[in-house]
Design a protein around this ligand. Structure first.
Ligand SMILES: C[S@@+](CC[C@H](N)C(=O)[O-])C[C@H]1O[C@@H](n2cnc3c(N)ncnc32)[C@H](O)[C@@H]1O
Length: 623
């Protein structure tokens, strides 16, 4: 049975919950910020809407001299990422490794060499220090080159296109992606190029990336793209190459949001995202300001509640607004929504200052270890706020189902929200609490539900191992939290006051957090298979909503096929009509005013910006 050895499973869970995400965040953070300084200069003091961003390398306070050795190491590590080995000529059997894995592999090798050197006392402190420094630079070279592979390939092949050389096309780009402009170029698929051609292509692309990150004006490099594309007037192809995103994604964003917004969205996909935390009301009883003070005094980290930033400056950072103050081309930005309580921005880039580097990893902060907060994007927090658990129509005792709980990001936001509610009930004559909140987390992947259990005690719950039910009692509220598979959910006949469907999706709104994701997206999956699955999931989840209850459908996608189209299909379905569901407008509880350009007041597309990632959510009431 899966839980036969508690020690072993606790260790596995610990690794899965703390070590792996921490390692990935560390990689992503170092990719994002360790050696790169973003200087953001507002063009006008009152608005950050138009900004200049210079990317400089901080090495020796001068432009980086990306030493050849690091570049070669990066190119070798990228070889299996760009040109995976194949044995049977069947392309579908090829499983390339991700850039993140390539980086981990290389670092593991380097650190094991270092351990050996240390053991034989050969390594000096300086050597160890430079090794730590090169770790960040390798991360930037490997992850950055991987993310920018389309652009760098085009620049590299354009600059060498006068000769007779052949360019191997890095996986998973293909000729149809680039045609017709590349048809007459000497490009070979990765299956038919020589090993020398492949490694030399990796080296050129890594060198392009090194140039790209130190260039004061990275648009200069685009001249070579333009020369290659010649007279192309295909804006989708230009967007795709300039920002290095799959062509189908560029085309969809373009047709759904228009050129200006699509360009902003694509550009944000290649820049660091904000670090945002959510106060955990179970473990930290003070206000948001008090938590910020605590963070500064105890962890040396500056922060500001998002609502204060919202009051101080315009959060509509990058989009043109129409006369109704909505983003042109559909969608909203953070400034147009009420910031959730507990949403705190770490090192906020305000008053013209750029975002600072964290003095230490967020996971090692004492406040994190005490469970005072979780790392959670502001948009993700808005989704939980959309459940409106504080709404007068919700009774003091409440039950909530997190139907696609994953490893519990929103489950724990829900548990914090229930302790933040204003409840009228008091303890009864025996001192027992009278209000109850029952939270159930469901997911198809058992491992994710196990990860939730591993986080319970830091968040503030006591897990009864015999029943599998976790409990937290504070003041006049008893909150239980348990996980359930579909059979357990269906057997229990329990219905819920609130059901959240945080559906699996393309992640197109959060691509800057996942360096490799863009190259594993397929058009077919994104625009057909996922929407079918999403509709199936929301229909199933709807069957667990109580009369008078709320249902929220959410994705971290920017694409209408996964968002509005799924919402419309659900609204046309028998489950919707027979279940007595109706759209529940956001204007009704002050969450947000007005509808989107596509007209529906019960749905919000939150566009990615300097302050938040991109999400969609729609909400319904039953009966
Ligand atoms: C976007 S992630 C959820 C993230 C999570 N809510 C959080 O905040 O961290 C989507 C989740 O849906 C789960 N999923 C996929 N298919 C599902 C299904 N048919 N029923 C329930 N969950 C499903 C996936 O395993 C994945 O964990």
């Amino acid at each position: 049975m899966m839980l036969s050895s508690p020690m072993r499973s606790a260790r596995v869970t610990l690794i899965a919950i703390i070590v792996l995400p921490a390692a990935i965040l560390k990689l992503v953070c170092s990719f994002q910020s360790r050696y790169i300084n973003l200087h953001i200069t507002p063009h006008s003091k009152r608005s950050l809407r138009s900004v200049s961003i210079n990317i400089n390398c901080r090495h020796n306070k001068e432009d980086c001299d990306w030493d050849i050795e690091l570049q070669q190491e990066a190119a070798t590590a990228l070889l299996p990422v760009f040109f995976p080995e194949h044995t049977d000529g069947n392309l579908t059997s090829i499983k390339p490794i991700t850039a993140e894995n390539a980086l981990k592999r290389l670092l593991r090798k380097k650190y094991s060499q270092r351990r050996q050197n240390n053991q034989t006392n050969n390594a000096t402190i300086d050597q160890n220090k430079s090794m730590d420094e090169s770790r960040g630079r390798l991360a930037e070279l490997i992850l950055g080159t991987s993310v920018m592979r389309l652009r760098h390939f085009v620049v590299a092949s354009a600059s060498a296109s006068n000769g007779n050389s052949t360019f191997p096309l890095p996986y998973p780009l293909n000729h149809t992606e680039l045609s017709p402009h590349f048809n007459d170029k000497q490009i070979c698929e990765f299956t038919s190029c020589s090993a020398e051609e492949k490694i030399s292509m990796c080296e050129i692309m890594v060198a392009e990336h090194a140039k790209y990150i130190v260039s004061k004006d990275s648009t200069q490099q685009l001249e070579s793209i333009q020369s290659l594309l010649g007279s192309s007037d295909d804006p989708a192809l230009i967007l795709a190459i300039e920002h290095s995103i799959p062509l189908f994604l560029a085309s969809s964003l373009l047709s759904q949001y228009g050129y200006d917004t699509a360009k902003q969205l694509c550009s944000l996909m290649n820049k660091p995202g904000p670090i945002t935390i959510r106060k955990n009301a179970i473990q930290f009883k003070g206000t948001d300001d008090e938590l910020c003070k605590w963070l500064l005094e105890n962890d040396g980290v500056e922060s500001l509640p998002m609502k204060d930033i919202q009051n101080r400056q315009n959060l509509n950072t990058c989009y043109d607004l129409d006369e109704l103050k909505r983003c042109k081309g559909n969608g909203r930005v953070m400034g147009q929504l009420t910031s959730p309580v507990g949403c705190i921005c770490i090192n906020p880039p305000i008053d013209g200052k750029g975002r600072k580097k964290l003095p230490k990893s967020i996971w090692s902060m004492s406040s994190y270890q005490k469970g005072f907060f979780e790392v959670q994007d502001a948009g993700s927090q808005c989704i939980v706020a959309a459940l409106s658990l504080d709404h007068p129509s919700m009774s003091d005792s409440i039950s909530i189902l997190d139907y696609c709980a994953g490893n519990g990001g929103k489950t724990f936001a829900i548990s914090s929200a229930v302790f933040g509610r204003k409840i009228d009930s008091e303890s009864d004559e025996y001192g027992d609490t009278t209000a109850v909140a029952n939270i159930v987390s469901h997911d198809v992947v058992d491992e994710r539900l196990r990860q939730i259990k591993g986080s319970l005690s830091r968040v503030g719950f006591d897990l009864d191992k015999a029943t599998g039910i976790a409990e937290c009692i504070q003041d006049n509220l008893r909150c239980t939290l348990q996980t359930a598979d579909l059979a357990e959910l269906s057997d229990s006949d329990t219905l819920f006051d609130a059901v959240l469907v945080d559906a699996p999706c393309s992640s197109s709104g959060v691509l800057r957090r996942r360096p490799s994701q863009r190259w594993s997206m397929s058009k077919e999956d994104t625009l057909q298979s996922l929407p079918n699955l999403q509709l199936e999931i929301i229909q199933k989840a709807a069957s667990f909503v109580k009369e008078g209850g709320v249902l929220v459908y959410a994705t971290c996608s920017l694409l209408e096929e996964e968002n509005e189209d799924v919402a419309r299909s659900f609204e046309r379905s028998e489950v919707f009509r027979n279940g007595g569901f109706v759209p529940w407008p956001f204007s009704e509880d002050g969450f947000s005013e007005g509808g989107t350009h596509r007209g529906a007041d019960h749905e919000i597309t939150l566009l990615p910006s300097e302050w938040n990632d991109g999400f969609f959510f729609a909400r319904y009431k039953k009966g």
